[in-house]
Design a protein around this ligand. Structure first.
Ligand code: PEP
Ligand code: MN
Length: 347
């Protein structure tokens, strides 16, 4: 990783460092942060001669060599000072809440608009809504591209940014062209490396964020962070890590709640952790407790399924979606606990 003395390298300087690392079989990937750009050396960066030559350049402050399978996502990386700003919130400075229906019903757009209004009223900073849905049963509703217009209208009416899942490469450009702020990678695609690479390539240089769910099958901590590295390696560090429960489920829950992985993630990576208790426990009645547990474990945010009338929803909504009242109360309590945690830490 090359840290220049100035905020970014000039084109001439960039060409010079690219030439040097090229002689050693490496390439340069700029990682554009809010305040400064740093330059990852992609490839085997262990050659001392290459490092010496880079360190000798008068515009280079230093070269960081991190021995880690995820050198960009690693807590020791210079990206650790990167801050992600979404929906008016800087992650880590305030509890960040994404909420909304599991699935947008293209036949009943008003449910989405009313849900979006309720989500805003409850104090969430981003609206979620599934346009395309990964369904275990191939005969159930799989989503509908026409729902994108409904998602955008919900965003326009509330003024809040939106998050939606992309399941295949073709979805990525549709979502980005529509102006979706946060692309979600679902638990079933969390290890789909070609999709992760395609997303990384597509969001490079944009302010777009990516909410990466943890793999459904108990992905180890390093595997989860390495999946995020696939995206970061293309140059966009706006990545949120989302534990959402793992299979097999704990008796009575849809999955095995895994909010407790949060401190382990935080030990290894700087990336914010946004826990999804809805898919974790799978039943609306259990979601508030799981949400609070996530905050107690140190989560920076929550992703909650919520619907203005869950029984009229589709996908997971009849089972898992919080009502507007329950959402508002959960957010209120979660924020209070978040402040308490911060206070305890500060004291
Ligand atoms: C969802 O967010 O609605 C969803 C399908 O999530 P997951 O990928 O975690 O199952
Ligand atoms: Mn869902």
């Amino acid at each position: 990783m090359i840290l220049p003395k100035s905020n970014r390298l000039t084109p001439v300087q960039l060409a010079e460092v690219t030439g040097i690392v090229g002689e050693f079989g490496c390439t340069i990937q700029p990682i554009i942060g809010a305040l400064r750009t740093i330059y990852a050396i992609v490839g085997d960066e262990r050659d001392d001669l290459m490092i010496n030559r880079l360190e000798g350049l008068d515009y280079v402050e230093r070269i960081d060599r991190i021995q880690s399978p995820f050198k960009l996502m690693d807590k020791r990386s210079d990206l650790a000072s990167h801050r992600i700003r979404l929906g008016g919130v800087t992650l880590g400075e305030e509890l960040f809440v994404i909420a909304g229906p599991c699935t947008i019903d293209p036949k009943n757009p008003n449910y989405f608009y009313e849900s979006a209004a309720a989500v805003k009223e409850a104090g969430a900073q981003m609206i979620r809504g599934g346009v395309w849905k990964p369904r275990t049963n191939p005969y159930t509703f799989q989503g509908d591209t026409r729902s994108m217009d409904i998602l955008l209208e919900g965003s326009r009416r509330t003024g809040l940014p939106v998050d939606t899942e992309v399941m295949e490469e073709a979805h990525i450009s549709v979502a980005l062209e529509a102006g979706v702020t946060c692309l979600q990678v679902g638990a079933r695609n969390a290890l789909n490396y070609s999709l992760l690479r395609a997303i990384g390539r597509a969001v490079a240089g944009r302010e777009t964020a990516v909410l990466l769910k943890r793999s459904i099958h108990m992905g180890p901590v390093n595997e989860f962070i390495s999946a995020a590295e696939y995206i970061a390696a293309f140059g966009n560090p706006n990545i949120l890590l989302c534990p959402r429960g793992t299979a097999p489920g704990l008796d009575g829950y849809r999955n095995h709640p895994d909010e407790s992985i949060t401190p382990l993630l935080k030990e290894k990576t700087w990336a914010p952790v946004v826990v999804d208790p809805s898919h974790s426990v799978g039943k609306a009645a259990y979601v508030p407790a799981s949400a609070l547990a996530a905050v107690a474990y140190g989560a920076d945010g929550l992703c909650l399924e919520a619907h203005v009338s869950p029984s009229h929803g589709i996908g997971d909504d009849p089972k898992q979606a919080l009502t507007p009242e329950s959402l508002a109360e959960t957010i209120r309590q979660a924020r209070a606990l978040w402040r308490l945690r911060r206070g305890v830490k500060a004291g």
